[in-house]
Design a protein around this ligand. Structure first.
Ligand SMILES: [Zn+2]
Ligand SMILES: [Zn+2]
Length: 242
């Protein structure tokens, strides 16, 4: 499914590739931004997943954790397991200002998102706080969410959700600490009223950021909130580099 706007966006990055031959975000080989080998090596998260939090489990349905303590979003799905090469690619996008990486990732994950069959009105990247946005200069999630919205014909709505407090990094925090850290972190505007919203982040662990986002979106009148991440850090995975 390709439309004109998305085609133009892609060709802009392709033209830049001709001027400045890129290195692969996954393996540093030269020639393309996201090489075929890395594309093949992405460990897509499949198998039996909890209907709500999207973590792998033994039996279908809602997992024991979500039954006791249900997150605010309707359902969370991640495209890939958070490990190389996607881990390298997301790191490059986040810390090395390689914005073209976002388009490459969106290009590969769009059919996965389409096949989820969620009837979404708008896609909203999880916003950064003002201070972090100033430091980094861009929101790395927006660099994936925007081309994805174009490819799938969803409205792209980066301004309907705001971070109303600076939160500390979630690295090293347990689930309860993460939830406290994210409490009341977000505020949503009236543009989400009666809309089905897809909230998007690059990586999630416990889903606490997405749950806090979903709570704010529902509070502002959203009809339904789904959550999507590029990658999911599974409990046994090393999170030191997020
Ligand atoms: Zn590669
Ligand atoms: Zn669950």
């Amino acid at each position: 499914m390709t439309n004109l706007k998305y085609g133009l966006y892609r060709s802009m990055w392709s033209a830049l590739d001709l001027l400045f031959p890129p290195q692969c975000g996954g393996c540093n080989s030269s020639g393309s931004r996201w090489c075929e080998d890395c594309q093949r090596r992405v460990n897509v998260l499949t198998g039996i997943l909890c209907d709500v939090c999207g973590l792998p489990q033994e039996v279908a349905g809602v997992c024991a954790t979500c039954r006791v303590d249900r997150p605010h979003f309707h359902s969370l799905r991640a495209w890939a397991v958070f490990e190389t090469p996607i881990q390298n690619a997301l790191h490059k996008l986040k810390y090395r200002h390689d914005m073209s990486m976002g388009e490459a990732i969106a290009g590969q994950m769009k059919s996965f998102v389409k096949n989820l069959n969620w009837h979404v009105d708008m896609i909203v990247p999880v916003p950064l706080g003002v201070q972090r946005l100033r430091e980094r200069g861009y929101n790395q999630v927006a660099m994936i969410a925007k081309p994805l919205s174009m490819a799938l014909d969803y409205q792209y709505a980066p301004d309907v959700l705001m971070r109303q407090k600076e939160t500390r990094s979630q690295v090293g925090l347990n689930k309860e600490e993460r939830r406290k850290n994210m409490h009341a972190a977000f505020r949503a505007g009236s543009g989400v009223k009666d809309k089905t919203v897809l909230i998007m982040d690059d990586v999630s662990t416990t889903g606490s950021t997405l749950s806090a986002s979903a709570e704010a979106l529902y509070f502002a009148g959203a009809k339904d909130v789904y959550a999507l991440t590029v990658a999911r850090a599974l409990p046994h995975h090393d999170m030191r580099h997020v």
